[in-house]
Design a binder for this molecule. Structure first.
Ligand code: NPW
Ligand code: K
Length: 452
């Protein structure tokens, strides 16, 4: 967004006009949400404060009782212009009385360090006393590129992102500092913007479809048959045509539609994975970490089919330095697995996921409350705001199975990762509170149906 703004200004767009648009966009959102309730706008020294002065002026012109409190002088040319156009008084932030509505225009993308404690405390107190609260561009105190909190940040009702989403709008902990996120158009488009995971467009099988053309999946199980059964079952309900669960010979645990195969010895497994019709092979859930598991993973890595690697497969891969995985694979590490695989990479979670994908030539789903999907070619999608009830046993196995299923259906690792993560989140939303992983699988057909 910084680059896009600079490019627009270099191309002749007047910087103050951008501020007027930003302030007008914020004013419109405040007006629609809060109407004529009394309002206090907190303005900082930079352009974020300038946006606040513009919004204050426009809302007052609409009949809203507006007061403005500033943190010192305005230090940019545009913010001084905006302040001069505000014809009301400016109170000091330290003594401003609370209001029913509050707008935080203290700091935006220019924040370089945490707020002074007295300023952070004042912001928290005034926000806590307001019934309606809005943060312009970013809640003051969050670092725009990483989503880190540089000082205490209150929770706002609405965060009004200007022009484009920044990483902090989607990455935690910053993404938990507001209830709703609205992105306002200010007439500047950032071409390489941060992408929120979009709802996928899915399609029903073509009339001539059969089970193999719809995608044949194999799941290589191991010691813990429950985990690989869950993954297999999820793959089976993901739209794939057929799922084979290759276990160690325990009785089948999934539905009868799952094909249970015994492939205990690694060469048996290798032989079963030689089927050229296999459109995706999953290994990791319940695989184990002993020598037999390692040998089974070797068979999977050598099978030449598109792979999804999760859980124990990632732990085993992480033992050997830079992970060597076939091109076109999908890796689904959570935080611990990610660090074991790729080390302590610098930058935000988005930067780290993108670098990991580039290094290993595979699509990486870096899981968490904010999951980042990165492709080796630089594409990135971020999913945040998923149900916190997903933090229960087996949901990772379900996701891995879903990724394998969608990979078999689409043949496109990045698309498969995006579709699977979205469907997983949607199934969780439909399952409500206190669900177990099996309940997610039951919700998958309905989640798919709503995107057909
Ligand atoms: N550019 C554009 O075209 C457009 C930008 N727009 C808007 O501008 C915002 C970015 O504006 P900005 O770059 O002026 O930064 P902003 O967040 O207002 O703060 C910087 C000031 O705060 C200071 N400072 C920093 N940390 C501090 C701290 N902890 N405690 C105290 N002071 C601190 C820092 O000075 P420093 O002390 O670091 O030298 C500097 O003076 C953006 O989010 C959007 O809202 C829109 O109008 C559309 C057009
Ligand atoms: K702000």
């Amino acid at each position: 967004m910084r680059r896009a703004e600079q490019a627009a200004i270099a191309a002749g767009v007047d910087e103050y006009r951008l501020m007027e648009r930003a302030g007008a966009a914020a004013a419109e959102i405040v007006w629609r949400a809060g109407g004529k309730r009394d309002l206090l706008v907190l303005c900082g020294p930079g352009n974020n404060g300038g946006d606040g002065f513009v919004a204050a002026r426009l809302l007052r012109a609409r009949g809203v009782p507006v007061r403005v409190a500033a943190l010192g002088e305005s230090r940019t040319e545009c913010s001084r212009t905006a302040r001069a156009a505000w014809d009301g008084p400016v109170e000091p932030l330290a003594t401003a009385a609370p209001a029913t509505q509050i707008v935080d225009a203290l700091f935006g993308t220019g924040l370089t360090r945490g707020l002074d404690k007295d300023v952070a405390d004042r912001l928290a107190a005034l926000t806590g006393q307001a019934s309606f609260s809005y943060a312009i561009d970013l809640p003051s105190g969050v670092e725009t590129d990483s989503g880190a909190l540089l000082s205490q940040v209150p929770r706002f009702g609405i965060c009004i992102a200007l022009g484009a989403l920044k990483p902090a709008h989607l990455l935690y902990p910053a993404a938990s500092c507001f209830d709703r996120l609205v992105c306002a158009d200010i007439g500047v488009d950032a071409p390489d913007k941060v992408h929120r995971l979009a709802a996928p467009v899915l399609s029903s099988p073509v009339p001539s479809a059969h089970k193999y053309s719809r995608g044949l999946v194999a799941v290589a199980g191991g010691d813990m048959a429950g985990a690989s059964s869950l993954a297999s079952h999820a793959a089976a309900r993901s739209g794939a045509g057929m799922v084979r669960h290759i276990g160690l010979g325990q009785p089948g645990r999934g539905p009868d539609a799952l094909v249970e195969l015994k492939g205990e010895a690694p060469d048996q497994l290798a032989a079963l994975l030689r089927d050229r019709r296999l459109a995706a092979v999953l290994a990791g859930p319940g695989l184990g970490r002993d020598d037999r598991a390692r040998a089974r993973l070797e068979a999977v890595l050598a099978c030449g089919r598109p792979l999804v690697l999760d859980a124990d497969a990632l732990t085993l891969l992480g033992d050997g330095g830079d992970p060597a995985v076939p091109a076109g694979s999908v890796l689904t590490p959570h935080e611990g697995e990610f660090v074991r695989l790729f080390g302590d990479l610098p930058g935000s979670k988005i930067d780290r996921a993108a670098e990991a994908a580039r290094r290993c030539g595979a699509v990486v789903i870096y899981k968490g409350a904010d999951s980042v999907i990165a492709a080796p070619d630089g594409r990135v999608a971020i999913a945040s705001g998923a149900s916190s009830w997903l933090s229960t046993a087996g949901t990772g196995d379900v996701l891995a199975g879903l990724v394998a299923g969608r990979l078999a259906v689409t043949g496109d690792p990045f698309r498969a990762a995006c579709e699977a993560l979205w469907l997983h989140g949607e199934a969780a939303r439909r399952a409500g509170p206190a669900f177990i992983a099996d309940d997610l699988i039951a919700r998958l057909p309905a989640a798919i149906a709503c995107r057909l």
